[in-house]
Design a protein around this ligand. Structure first.
Ligand code: MN3
Length: 205
């Protein structure tokens, strides 16, 4: 059985950057629905239901055809949101405190500011619902990418270490159609320590 992970912070603690109502609905309703529908899809397949969701997605190509759509949408939804909550924090974390990640971003994108600009542009440009990601490739390189809907980078062998949900449900209550404003606000609540932890884990494989 897959379960909804608890948040490490209160729904209202990311105010004023991300609003409490959006956080509550996003976590307790949207994410819960992905979990419930994923459980329903693998109810008769205990060997798959017992896997960590990331591993289920890494095995996507070899899954039975009849459950692929549900794993893609709801398994992806579960994994993507679980990562997303983990990289948000009410503490103001400074990227320069995390030198391994900070140096890697500088060497890949030129500077942290350039990374943020490029990432926001990619996230703004994702047409319709989806995600923008920072991933580690199988060769250990940092890469920026977007995915439609709830597709996970894990399905293509990549390890997401940072991601931003750009579905309208992630920002519409507070920002309405202004996705760029949501992307400006979100930099104030990123847990860079957790992103670096994921970076180190992905590059030490
Ligand atoms: Mn979402």
């Amino acid at each position: 059985m897959f379960t909804l992970p608890a948040l490490s912070f209160a729904y209202d603690s990311l105010e004023p950057h991300l609003d409490a109502k959006t956080m509550e609905i996003h976590h307790s309703k949207h994410h819960q629905t992905y979990v419930d529908k994923l459980n329903a899809a693998v109810a008769d397949l205990p060997e798959l239901a017992s896997l960590p969701v990331d591993e289920l997605l890494q095995r996507f190509d070899s899954l039975p055809e009849n459950i692929k759509p549900a794993v893609r949408n709801h398994g992806g939804g579960h994994a993507n949101h679980s990562l997303f909550w983990s990289i948000l924090t009410p503490r103001s974390e400074n990227i320069s405190s995390f030198t391994s990640l900070s140096h890697a971003l500088d060497s890949k994108f030129g500077s942290f500011e350039q990374f943020k600009t490029d990432f926001s542009l990619a996230a703004t440009g994702q047409f319709g619902s989806g995600w923008a990601w920072l991933v580690v490739t199988q060769t250990g390189d940092l890469e920026m990418m977007t995915t439609p809907n709830q597709d996970s980078p894990l399905m293509s062998g990549k390890t997401p270490i940072f991601g931003v949900d750009v579905w309208e449900h992630a920002y519409y209550l507070k920002f309405q159609n202004r996705r760029p404003d949501y992307l400006t606000a979100i930099w104030s609540v990123i847990a860079w320590g957790e992103v670096e932890r994921r970076f180190m884990e992905a590059t030490s494989k």
